[in-house]
Design a protein around this ligand. Structure first.
Ligand code: DC
Length: 230
């Protein structure tokens, strides 16, 4: 069997990455972390941009899109992200990338590039993908569609801990501010804004453990798989 898509959307810190990763592992599906792709492109822009201010150099963005390769590879249990052949899995989680990734991912041309690439990667595979527009734009025909959410303080604390595990120490306040900023940006931009697909199943993860989240989604997928014929 091939071509079964589990699409998960949600805000930063809602638990979608951990859940998607866990479900993909249990079902032996490919895990497509689309946020990591936007992050890798943002990193490339950050490394090359000349301007010191916050204004985005659109000409540079368009130029970079013409000669960028982003690849995802599963290595043991880890997803590795390669930017032009270089492993940038760690660097794409830096505060600098966190800060700029929302405005960069709001650019129409960047989104078009990513959507095309994401569909290519998914071709012929069983995948679990997660991001902001998986259920609405990239895979509107996905067999399973899920929208994850959790309250803001819970998401901020999760994000802070996640960064700490990677050796990056930020305060809860910084984490809250970054999330608020990104929530607003991702939910109000002109192209592919974060919204729930009409037929997506909503899961509020505020009071769920990671294990419970994974089990819940795994059950939804398994029930659907029983009825799936290519
Ligand atoms: O899930 P994440 O925090 O790694 O995502 C990083 C940013 O990328 C997020 O602020 C919005 C953007 N993004 C997006 O616009 N569309 C996606 N499919 C995935 C991420």
């Amino acid at each position: 069997m091939s071509g079964f898509v589990v699409a998960i959307d949600g805000k930063a810190g809602s638990g979608k990455s951990t859940t998607a990763k866990g479900v993909a592992k249990r079902l032996n599906f490919f895990y497509l972390d689309t946020g990591a792709m936007y992050r890798a492109f943002t990193l490339k822009y950050l490394r090359i941009k000349k301007t010191k201010d916050d204004n985005i150099d659109f000409e540079l963005v368009y130029r970079l899109l013409e000669n960028t390769t982003i690849e995802l590879a599963q290595h043991n249990d880890e997803l590795r992200v390669f930017l032009d052949g270089e492993d940038v899995s760690k660097e794409i989680r830096s505060p600098e990338v966190n800060q700029l990734v929302s405005p960069i991912s709001a650019i129409k041309e960047v989104r078009e590039w990513m959507v095309k690439k994401q569909r290519e990667i998914a071709q012929g595979k069983n995948i679990v993908c997660e991001g902001r527009d998986m259920t609405t734009v990239v895979f509107p025909d996905a067999q399973v569609k899920i929208f994850m959410d959790a309250d803001l303080p819970t998401r901020a604390e999760r994000r802070r801990k996640e960064l700490l595990e990677k050796g990056i120490n930020i305060s809860l306040e910084e984490s809250l501010n970054n999330l608020k900023y990104r929530d607003d940006y991702d939910s109000s931009r002109e192209h592919s804004l974060l919204k729930k697909a009409d037929d997506a199943i909503v899961i509020d993860t505020t009071n769920l453990t990671i294990e419970q989240e994974i089990e819940l989604v795994e059950k939804i997928v398994k029930d659907k798989l029983k009825t799936f014929t290519r």
